[in-house]
Design a protein around this ligand. Structure first.
Ligand SMILES: *[C@@H]1O[C@H](CO)[C@@H](O)[C@H](O)[C@H]1NC(C)=O
Ligand SMILES: *[C@@H]1O[C@H](CO)[C@@H](O)[C@H](O)[C@H]1NC(C)=O
Ligand SMILES: *[C@@H]1O[C@H](CO)[C@@H](O)[C@H](O)[C@H]1NC(C)=O
Ligand SMILES: *[C@@H]1O[C@H](CO)[C@@H](O)[C@H](O)[C@H]1NC(C)=O
Ligand SMILES: *[C@@H]1O[C@H](CO)[C@@H](O)[C@H](O)[C@H]1NC(C)=O
Ligand SMILES: *[C@@H]1O[C@H](CO)[C@@H](O)[C@H](O)[C@H]1NC(C)=O
Ligand SMILES: *[C@@H]1O[C@H](CO)[C@@H](O)[C@H](O)[C@H]1NC(C)=O
Ligand SMILES: *[C@@H]1O[C@H](CO)[C@@H](O)[C@H](O)[C@H]1NC(C)=O
Length: 591
């Protein structure tokens, strides 16, 4: 079977004028940037013969090399393959775009320098920036939920121990008698059942926040099966559930899983109908009840981004679609023309922040993918940082999800001098509901109603290993950042959890391993803990000090990157999950 499938792939390679073993050898020879570009060249020749030839060759190799289950290879490549084939037909296979594609697919050619671009601002920074002063009034509660990944095909009793990125479903190739039957409320190999999402929303309502923010990823991780009708239905269903269970407004964002195929958000320059407008239409209609008409219209016209005022507060929520800055969005490689600001998201942020500054309001940025990790393009991360530096006095908070982890990333006015004085911003990253990366959790903030700064950040979780979890999940405090970390840095009672506070905490982590190990366990709320010693500690602290992806320490040798991508399934650092990058990495390692 394997030889037959490889033979099929090679037949198409032959039809495209590629010598019979050159495709297989191009796959097996990949270990650096030039060999990765050579592989793209071989795939390019096949793509020039049309999408069908490309899909068949790629799928045959994927199955033949055992890179994933056959249904996963077939479904994934049928969905994402045409985007990649379209890219390859448009670009120079040894140019800058091809290098970026190699980086996205295989973690190679990562050293490409940043394309300099100066973000334009309507006004210079004010000579006398407004001082936002706390009047010491009681804090107000705000909830931050993220990465719910609700699997509406979750089946109680289905196999929970499978070889796919999510289990607990009746797949076509599931065994007749499960070895580990899925329980009613969730499993660490599976995305969230509806019962778990309901339990989360009921707990949030009980805590009675003044409003909530949701940093995206509604849709489950069976990305080889997900299509537009499913995404639309999933988004609508969760909007309806939030509306029926929560009485306070919710300010949501769009995640990389909230489209079909996964990660795919075409640029306006693509002139294609596959531009995710169905996502923006669905969310514009579903969110209007919370964000109101003007912002809902922005969702529709600004590729899912909007700016909305929180009722009764001098606070604006600026929700950005971060997927145009995401390496795994393969629509970003469909031209050699460099686009600094795809779909004008950065320009929209500037406009919304200028309006907030002019009005004397504060702003929170809310989005799915935090900009400090390896999975965000260095160009756009750099341009976002320019916006942050300009509007640092207006921006009181930045909130993201995507990693599924409880983390933070600090921005500095000078990244060569990472000090408390130079810390100008912090991104707070919310943990996931889905049990695939630890215990289900969300964040609960105490907010100063005058400055809109975070006074405390608490993690509320439910323990999937607790014997009562399958009967009824119970939620409780995992820790309070103020109580746990405040004393370690000598935080005084009236001070917020400022960027300087988080910086000082990273200094504590450098010297106090007990404190660092607490952080490392809390990342996954005490479930699925990954050991972290030595180099890992340094890398982790380096990454805490990088809200600009050019400054992180995530760019090790290509071979390492390749293995990391190949291993990614339920527990990837970047939440890429199983995608083209994952299967291509496994093909290269298997060939
Ligand atoms: C765009 O969508 C059409 C219709 O669904 C499909 O045939 C085509 O392959 C898609 N193109 C890409 C590049 O995904
Ligand atoms: C393709 O890119 C390479 C490397 O940048 C360059 O040398 C070559 O001239 C380009 N080819 C075309 C046809 O533009
Ligand atoms: C899950 O399946 C793997 C192999 O398919 C097996 O090694 C492992 O023991 C199973 N785990 C449980 C809990 O049954
Ligand atoms: C940033 O810090 C470096 C290292 O301390 C210093 O040499 C440089 O002058 C600083 N840049 C600015 C703009 O202050
Ligand atoms: C979760 O429950 C298990 C089983 O009772 C227990 O061993 C574990 O310590 C609990 N984890 C947390 C974070 O409370
Ligand atoms: C951070 O540490 C510096 C230097 O020790 C100190 O001056 C500053 O007050 C600290 N800031 C906070 C918010 O803890
Ligand atoms: C290190 O951190 C732990 C809490 O994680 C704390 O109990 C201990 O006092 C700290 N040690 C020092 C020397 O500050
Ligand atoms: C971590 O970094 C510190 C300071 O930069 C260095 O002294 C130490 O050797 C590093 N540890 C490891 C394990 O690389």
């Amino acid at each position: 079977m394997m030889l037959l499938l490889i033979a099929t792939a090679l037949y198409f390679a032959f039809a495209a004028g590629i010598s019979t073993d050159s495709l297989l050898s191009a796959v097996s020879n990949v270990d650096d940037c030039p060999s990765c570009l050579a592989l793209l060249g071989a795939f390019q020749s096949i793509a020039l013969g049309g999408d069908d030839a490309f899909i068949i060759s790629f799928t045959s190799l994927c199955i033949g090399l055992g890179a994933a289950d056959p249904d996963v290879c077939t479904g994934l490549i049928a969905r994402e393959g045409p985007i990649l084939a379209n890219d390859l037909r448009q670009i120079n296979s040894t140019g800058q775009t091809a290098e970026k594609l190699c980086d996205a697919l295989l973690g190679m050619c990562v050293t490409h320098p940043i394309n300099p671009f100066t973000v334009a601002f309507p006004k210079p920074p004010p000579a006398h920036p407004k001082v936002f002063k706390s009047r010491g009034r009681p804090t107000v509660p705000v909830v931050h939920l993220s990465d719910v990944h609700i699997d509406r095909f979750y089946t109680v009793g289905a196999e929970a121990n499978c070889t796919k990125s999510i289990c607990c479903r009746d797949f076509d190739d599931s065994p007749a008698v499960p070895t580990v039957p899925a329980g009613p409320n969730g499993n660490s190999h599976c995305d969230s059942p509806v019962t778990l999402a309901d339990s989360l929303l009921e707990e949030i309502q009980r805590l009675n926040p003044v409003f909530s923010i949701f940093t995206g990823d509604v849709v489950e991780g069976a990305v080889w099966l997900v299509d537009q009708p499913e995404v639309t239905a999933d988004l609508q269903a969760f909007n309806a559930e939030m509306a029926s269970k929560l009485s306070a407004p919710i300010f949501p964002s769009i995640g990389n899983h909230d489209s079909a195929p996964v990660n795919a958000f075409a640029r306006t320059t693509s002139h294609t109908m596959n531009n995710s407008q169905f996502v923006f239409d669905t969310q514009s209609a579903g969110w209007e009840r919370w964000i109101k008409a003007e912002a809902a219209s922005q969702v529709d016209h600004i590729s899912g981004s909007y700016s909305a005022k929180v009722p009764g507060m001098d606070l604006r929520i600026i929700s950005v679609n971060t997927q145009y800055w995401y390496k795994q969005n393969f629509w970003l490689y469909d031209s050699d023309v460099i686009q600094p600001d795809p779909n004008g998201i950065i320009a929209f942020m500037v406009e919304a922040l200028q309006a907030a500054e002019d009005a004397g309001d504060r702003a929170w940025i809310v989005g799915h993918i935090p900009l400090g990790k390896e999975d965000t393009l260095v160009d756009q991360s750099n341009y976002y940082d320019q916006v942050l530096q300009r509007y640092k006095n207006t921006i009181a908070g930045q909130f993201f999800g995507h990693s599924h982890k409880d983390q933070f990333e600090i921005a500095y006015s000078n990244y060569s001098e990472q000090t408390a004085q130079n810390a100008v911003g912090v991104a707070l990253i919310g943990p996931a509901l889905t049990p695939t990366s630890g215990n289900p959790a969300f964040k609960f903030y105490d907010i100063d109603p005058d400055t809109f700064e975070v006074m405390d950040s608490k993690v509320i979780f439910t323990n999937i290993s607790d014997p009562t979890f399958q009967i009824s999940p119970t939620w409780g405090l995992y820790y309070s950042a103020r109580e746990t970390y405040g004393p370690l840095v000598g935080l005084s009672p009236k001070e917020p959890l400022s960027p300087a506070f988080w910086h000082n905490l990273t200094e504590v982590f450098e010297t106090n391993n007990t404190a660092f190990q607490f952080f490392n366990t809390a990342i996954s709320r005490g479930g699925a803990v990954t050991e972290c010693d030595g180099d890992c500690v340094n890398t982790t602290i380096c990454d805490m000090r990088a809200f600009r992806s050019e400054n992180n320490c995530d760019t090790p040798t290509p071979g390492f990157q390749l293995r990391k991508r190949a291993a990614a399934s339920h527990d990837s650092d970047e939440c890429e999950g199983i995608g083209l990058s994952h299967i291509l990495s496994r093909m290269v390692l298997a060939a």
